[in-house]
Design a protein around this ligand. Sequence first.
Ligand code: ADP
Ligand code: MG
Length: 270
Amino acid sequence: MKDEISPLKLDTLPCLEAKALMRQFGGLVAVNNVSFTVHKNEIFGLIGPNGAGKTTLFNLMTGLIRPSSGQLVYQGEEISQRPPHQIATKGIARTFQNIRLFGNLSALENVMIARHIHNKGANILSTLLTGLLSLPSASRREQLNKQKAIALLDMVGLSDRAEEKARNFPYGDQRRLEIARALALEPQILLLDEPAAGMNPSEKHQLSEFIREIRQQFNLTVILIEHHVPLVMGLCDRIAVLNFGKLIALGEPSVIRNDPSVIEAYLGNE
Ligand SMILES: Nc1ncnc2c1ncn2[C@@H]1O[C@H](COP(=O)(O)OP(=O)(O)O)[C@@H](O)[C@H]1O
Ligand SMILES: [Mg+2]
């Protein structure tokens, strides 16, 4: 499988654009006049020291918080004033730095809940037609939902433990389960906030391969916050570096690795 993946030819269509994005918390400027464009199908890395504003950028991109000023343009549309569920329905899904699973529910239920949210996006006409033409009934739909959820669990290597409660999974598996749940929304952009945290080296390597595979399979754009530098350098097409809320560098891994300001602010500490 791994060997069949050829390098993707990235078109440079803008998928998500940050335009002079700014977010303050009281006197603290967490995101300071940040502008960049993420292209369709790229794996875009976001790195920088703790507190640099990376998660705040994700919170802005998913509508959890609003910018103090500036814009976020997704596929040509300004989205920064929209509520989270609308942004999710438009195709931006995420995982969280602090895992947010329903611990008391099974792995399968965690993924199926996301599919329910996805299905709510179905329009009323298709719902009516389904009824009129006796197309798949609710229970049949539920069955399909379940099959899709199991397929996703299979992709992340968790299908044999589908019935286990999420809280009983080891940390690395919970992170994988969160990715399966995000994919259940059938997103166009997947935002991953430190997905390799708590994983051992072999799990990190697997995760890296997995991200490449899902990019190809689902035609995804991926934005990745990650501290593990070899993973970021090996996986990302381009990398943006934040420091104290400001974008201090943006470019391909080879450029970022040798950028003096990045070495001083971040890589030098590694
Ligand atoms: N909701 C909030 N209220 C107040 N301060 C916040 C909030 N969210 C983030 N911050 C502050 O903004 C800065 C950037 O945080 P964050 O985006 O989480 O950094 P990173 O993810 O790069 O480690 C930090 O100083 C953090 O304490
Ligand atoms: Mg963070």
